[in-house]
Design a protein around this ligand. Structure first.
Ligand code: COA
Length: 166
């Protein structure tokens, strides 16, 4: 049987425990997962792609079948280039559905060989997003348990560096 590879794409600015949950559960279906960080400067990210990659690698270091990579351009082209059979996405709530559906249909139109697989996000991560975590961290809110420890440390460091009063 051939080995099944999925790309788990996103901005990961930064990675949260919700993303990790999808990766861990995705590994029950796929033999390998490549986490693809979109190099998209238009989104005005808090962390550089290099910082995001380092945080993902540190958070996923115990998984030998997960690789972290970056990509530009079309996701389906990248998936093809990596030899992946599927794109893995987490679906948090009904509000995610329209955007995800649109993206999956466009990706299928662009390349019918690549299937999009959706996993329901774990209930405890349903209201989590990178933006909401950044906002909480920026104002000193407790985000323990919502992000990997390395991310928590990097968020504290980043906001301390950005705050001229500290
Ligand atoms: N748990 C917690 N949060 C989650 C989550 C989960 N399971 N799944 C998604 N999120 C959050 C993210 O943190 C992010 O939050 P934010 O908006 O507050 O930062 C949000 O959901 C959506 O982010 P993400 O999943 O990273 O998607 P994205 O919209 O940033 O990126 C790509 C989507 C990269 C897959 C898409 O833009 C892409 O493929 N681009 C390449 C060009 C292309 O091929 N386009 C499609 C065809 S035209």
């Amino acid at each position: 049987m051939s080995s099944k590879l999925a790309i788990y794409p996103g901005s990961f600015d930064p990675v949260t425990n919700g993303h990790i949950d999808i990766i861990v559960r995705g590994l029950k279906i796929f033999d390998r997962i490549v986490v693809g960080i979109l190099n998209n400067p238009e989104k005005n990210p808090l962390f550089t792609v290099t910082e995001r990659k380092a945080m993902l690698e540190a958070s996923l270091k115990s998984f030998t079948n997960v690789e972290v990579d970056t990509f530009d351009g079309l996701l389906v082209d990248y998936a093809l280039q990596r030899g992946a059979q599927a794109i893995l996405r987490g679906m948090r709530a009904v509000s995610d559905f329209e955007y995800e559906f649109q993206m999956a249909l466009m990706n299928r139109r662009l390349n019918r060989e690549i299937q999009t697989v959706f996993l329901m996000t774990g209930l405890r991560w349903i209201f989590t997003s990178s933006s909401i975590i950044k906002e909480a961290a920026r104002f000193g809110g407790n985000i323990n348990g919502m992000v990997p420890k390395v991310v928590n440390r990097q968020l504290q460091r980043k906001f301390a560096a950005l705050d001229p009063s500290s």
